[in-house]
Design a binder for this molecule. Structure first.
Ligand code: GLC
Length: 744
């Protein structure tokens, strides 16, 4: 028997090692891959097939409510486990894999999965911060480094990228994604998938990626995690699905179904969403895993009375693998007996899973990713550390710089460094920080001391992140009085965003605002460096602080990256991937909103407005300053109308009118003035980063195609409609120059 399995599996060797991405394998490779999978499938008992559909978490790190924990190792021996998550390290994965491939009947290797969200050991900025770079190449590079480290430590699969569009900063998981825009979100989702999966999953520097959480999870009502979502078909298709569609087209290996109730049917049991759209309309060939326990949670949703019904819903919706739910393991045989599901369906799901194991090369060498020596050589390589520093620099967004206090003079006499984030290593790597370790983090305090000498850095914590204790104020203010410059390092603790970390009040927490205002009263050059996993309401302090730098959660190299910016070695180039509201009461507020029948402002009665706050945000989507300035002129369209499939050429001159070189992200938006459904007042359709020397002008060009002008019309059919459009080009979603054209 053993020999048969080995031969069947080995037959795949020549195929699996081919350079293929999951959904784009050449026809012949795909056909043969599936044939070989069938040859193994044919040897499997029903129990062993069901076992492949089951994923358990290791006992190392639990990332969800602890499910009923059977004897894991015996389950593996019995062929009841297809995948494990949270099993880390070359040594540990080898140990567990050994049980599967030496002690089970069919010796089918396990897939090991882990949340490699913004780095494995070398921690990069949180995805929301990384997205502020608007730099797909840098994002792809970071993902590739994360994959290389994770693969060296025995991982085969990351549950990333999270591609949920989020327009509500109360939702803690906004930190895990790319913000509010479907176009930017799609571009960066594809970049992360390419980074994780490379061109061949059998390379030892690539791992399976996972587009999650499918779908609509970021639309959680009231910003509460796991909460209800109610999304029209048109909005689902226009806003929340595009990054998932882009991920599927990019060949993402897996999808993860979401926790949320979507229009009355939980996403994990939503046949329209998974079977009809993903697996049929998009012809997706990868594998769908549930989120942690999201199958059995359909009982709590009140759409299943028991695990049997929950399993029926999920499996018929198209969920292939049950993460930590033990639903498939216990209910699938009964569902089969009662003709609720078929053997063919089970085989299809098992085939999808086996296909990935072959593509990873696990049948060729189940221990290929579990080499402790290679792991030691790979983790925290200098090149990776440098990349993390560069990614952090690119993520920072300069929100304000009155009096040009930034960049600081390198010969500054003394800096008062105040605030809870000054020397908080754990809060620099934040939530979902994988195997990142505090000991590897360089904080702002230590980086400043290294650069200036400890004597020049007057440090006083001043306050905690989120308590009411002002006892540290006096010492902080005394230090600030003695210093030439004040740097306030404030914001959210690293674990105040992420899963199940929604906040109803998104101001700077605790008494930090009071501390900032007290420091500002000293009237000295002052820079507020913000550390946060979501947009915050800065309205109370923004007028008092001359300079504000948004640093998000910057990762292992937080301190050196910040010093590069603060002392001008790197000119900030980040742009907001998400709107910063003026007031909590404006939420949800986003740039690509509809016009309404009464567009208005605060001073216009009978229009869409508030009595007490403006309609505009504090900082709009796409906003970010530089140490230099850029001017936009000569926006030119090569045609005044687009006919047939001829693309429109758009050109604009961008000039660096300042005194230092800088990188600008030129943004292109469109507006469809009239449609069979109301259309957003702006939609991002392109962006280009350009480095300009002082005084340099460059002509930046874009091509706008009919595909860019397509949308889901009143019957939810994708396509274009003739009519007038406006093109906007500029430095953010509000500050643009425009020109009109017509689609004939
Ligand atoms: C969590 C998260 C999901 C993660 C999974 C495994 O509950 O929702 O994003 O990948 O469980 O840790």
């Amino acid at each position: 028997m053993k020999k048969i399995i080995l031969l069947a599996a080995l037959g795949i060797l020549g195929l699996a090692a081919c350079k293929t991405t999951v959904n784009k394998a050449p026809e012949n490779v795909e056909k043969n891959l599936m044939k070989r999978a069938d040859s193994v499938l044919a040897l499997m008992s029903l129990d062993e097939k069901i076992g492949q559909l089951n994923q358990f978490s290791g006992d190392g790190e639990l990332t969800g409510p602890v499910a009923l924990r059977p004897d894991l190792l015996q389950s593996i021996r019995d062929g009841k486990v297809g995948s494990m998550l949270n099993i880390n390290g070359a040594e540990y994965t080898r140990k567990i894999q050994k049980i599967a491939v030496e002690e089970s009947r069919l010796k089918i290797p396990l897939i090991f999965g882990y949340d490699v969200i913004h780095g494995y050991k070398t921690i990069f900025p949180i995805p929301l911060g990384e997205s502020a770079s608007w730099d797909p190449e840098a994002v792809e590079k970071a993902a590739h480094i994360a994959a290389t480290e994770a693969a060296s430590a025995g991982q085969h699969w990351t549950f990333a990228p999270m591609v949920d569009i989020a327009r509500d900063p109360r939702w803690g998981r906004i930190m895990e994604g790319s913000g509010e825009d479907p176009y930017l979100g799609s571009q960066l989702a594809v970049a992360r998938i390419k980074g994780f999966q490379g061109t061949s999953l059998s390379d030892k520097t690539t791992i399976l990626a996972c587009a999650k959480h499918y779908a609509g999870y970021g639309n959680a009502q009231a910003g509460r995690d796991y909460y209800t979502t109610d999304i029209s078909e048109n909005s689902l298709r226009e806003v929340y699905l595009p990054p998932f569609k882009a991920a599927a087209e990019a060949g993402v290996a897996t999808f993860m179904s979401a926790f949320n109730d979507l229009n009355g049917i939980p996403a994990t049991g939503n046949k329209d969403l998974i079977h009809d759209i993903l697996k049929t309309e998009w012809a997706y060939k990868g594998m769908v895993v549930s989120d942690w326990g999201s199958i059995s949670e359909m009982i709590a949703h009140g759409i299943a009375t028991n695990k049997y019904e929950a399993g029926d819903l999920a499996f018929n919706a198209g969920v292939d693998m049950d993460m930590e739910g033990t639903v498939y393991l216990t209910e699938m045989k009964n569902l089969l007996k009662d003709d609720k599901i078929t053997t063919a369906q089970i085989d299809e799901s098992v085939r999808r899973i086996l296909r990935l194991k072959f593509m990873l090369g696990l049948f060729d060498d189940p221990y290929r990713y579990s080499n402790p020596d290679y792991e030691k050589q790979t983790l925290l390589k200098p090149g990776f550390i440098d990349a993390a520093r560069d990614a952090a620099r690119k993520s920072f967004v300069l929100l304000k710089n009155d009096n040009q206090y930034l960049p600081l003079n390198p010969s500054v006499k003394s800096i008062a460094l105040i605030g809870p984030a000054s020397d908080a290593a754990a809060d620099m790597i934040g939530n979902w920080s994988g195997r990142g370790e505090v000991k590897d983090v360089i904080t702002l305090k230590s980086a400043l001391e290294t650069r200036l000498g400890a004597g020049k850095v007057l440090y006083a914590r001043g306050a905690g992140f989120n308590d009411g204790d002002k006892a540290g104020f006096a010492e902080a203010i005394a230090a600030a009085r003695r210093a030439e410059v004040i740097i306030a390092a404030c914001g959210e603790a690293g674990m105040m965003s992420g899963e199940s970390m929604s906040r109803a009040d998104i101001s700077i927490p605790g008494v930090q605002e009071d501390l900032i205002m007290e420091l500002a009263k000293l009237g000295k050059p002052m820079i507020l460096v913000l550390f946060n996993g979501r947009p915050l309401i800065l309205t109370k302090i923004i007028g008092s602080v001359p300079a504000v730098l948004e640093a998000w959660i910057p990762g292992t190299m937080a301190g050196p990256a910040l010093c590069d910016i603060l002392f001008g070695e790197y000119n900030p180039s980040g742009k907001l991937p998400v709107t910063f509201p003026y007031a909590l009461g404006q939420i949800p507020i986003f740039y690509n909103h509809k016009n309404s029948g009464r567009p208005g402002s605060q001073d216009k009665k009978f229009t869409s407005r508030y009595l007490d706050v403006p309609n505009d945000p504090l900082f709009p989507f796409g906003f970010g300053l530089s140490y230099t300035q850029f001017a936009y002129n000569n926006l030119n369209l090569n045609e005044s109308s687009i006919i047939d499939d001829k693309p429109l050429e758009v050109r604009v001159d961008v000039k660096n009118t300042g005194t230092v070189a800088g990188t600008e992200t030129v943004q292109l938006y469109i507006r469809d003035l009239v449609g069979s459904v109301t259309r957003p007042v702006k939609e991002l359709k392109g962006f280009k980063k350009v480095l300009l020397k002082a005084g340099e002008v460059q002509t930046i060009s874009f091509t706008v195609t009919k595909e860019d002008l397509s949308f889901y019309n009143s019957r939810n059919v994708w396509g274009t409609e003739p009519g007038k459009f406006t093109i906007f080009v500029g430095t953010n979603s509000q500050n643009t120059i425009e020109a009109g054209f017509e689609l004939k």
